[in-house]
Design a protein around this ligand. Structure first.
Ligand code: SF4
Length: 297
């Protein structure tokens, strides 16, 4: 008899919960709301909110808007977005995660400091990621964006450095970058600990969960940065880990001969979606059992 367990630590982080609750409240009051970019990197949840009246717009559509209400998602936005909204009398409903907001302020302070002394602000993050665009905006887009420790040579060790990480980057990779800089004997290096605990703590929890399974299903959207990272962590512990975006991607053959199935996800994966995956696994396994019974009769 198979057992399907949902990881109790998986699911929305409080930043995403807050953004979704803010969107739901605004939709209940106004029945329609635009959101600048996907509110969460999960198609199924975006679809659910669309059905309530949420319209996802991109920056080009935003630049053509006048008046109206626009939600800023948990990833945050650069100062230019706030300025341009003000010019066009757009009301912004700001659901930037408090952790991201605090990082934006830290980077702004680091930028002011570095500007005085000709130093460098370095952001360890994924180029083009919404959060990183918002962070770089605090430096008037002058920060050096480093996406991997291999790019350490882009930083000048003889100038002062203020180093920050995108909240969802890998702690190990960030540490590797710091060590690579230390080896270069930088004259003035300050590295800030800015990785979100909600993501970094998940690694150990996930490893413990994955080690008690025969097969693991990692449910997340392909755009999710922390989803890709956590999936790689799961795969190291449980090689039979499949990444799926929803229950329609499940294959009956995966479940032959396995008993303990784990269902987990990223900080952008809704709990209801993991429950749907669990239900579908039970259905697939009972269908297969019935087919086997028919064949043996
Ligand atoms: S992962 Fe952390 S920083 Fe990012 S939205 Fe969630 S709580 Fe905020």
């Amino acid at each position: 008899m198979i057992q399907v367990e949902i990881d109790e630590h998986a699911g929305f982080c409080f930043g995403v919960v807050k953004a979704i609750a803010t969107a739901e409240q605004a939709l209940a009051a106004h029945h329609a709301l635009a959101c600048l970019g996907d509110i969460v990197h999960n198609n199924a949840e975006v679809q659910r909110l669309r059905s309530l009246g949420l319209k996802v717009i991109n920056h080009e559509q935003f630049s053509q808007l006048h008046n109206g209400r626009v939600l800023i998602r948990a990833h945050g936005e650069p100062p230019t977005t706030y300025r341009s909204a003000k010019q066009r009398e757009i009301e912004l409903i700001d659901a930037t995660c408090p952790i991201v907001l605090s990082l934006q302020r830290q980077i702004r302070a680091g930028y002011e400091e570095m500007r005085e002394v000709g130093g460098q602000v370095v952001i360890f993050g994924k180029r083009g990621h919404a959060e990183v665009i918002g962070l770089d905006g605090q430096t008037n887009n002058t920060a050096i964006i480093i996406s991997s420790p291999d790019e350490v040579d882009r930083i000048n060790p003889s100038l002062p450095i203020r180093l920050y990480s995108q909240t969802t980057k890998s702690r190990e990779d960030y540490q590797q970058l710091i060590e690579a800089l230390e080896c270069k004997h930088c004259t003035d290096l300050v590295a800030f600990d800015t990785i979100c605990r909600r993501v970094s703590n998940r690694v150990d929890q996930l490893k413990a969960f994955a080690s008690n399974t025969d097969l693991l299903l990692f449910v997340c959207g392909s755009e999710s940065s922390n989803g890709r990272y956590l999936y790689e962590c799961s795969k190291r512990v449980q090689p039979t880990t499949y990444m799926i975006s929803d229950e329609s991607e499940l294959e009956e053959a995966w479940f032959r001969g396995v008993y303990r199935i784990g269902v987990t996800g990223a900080t952008s994966t809704p709990r209801w979606l993991m429950e749907r995956v669990r239900e579908r696994i039970y259905t697939l396994c009972s269908e297969e059992k019935n087919n086997a019974t028919h064949l043996s009769v």
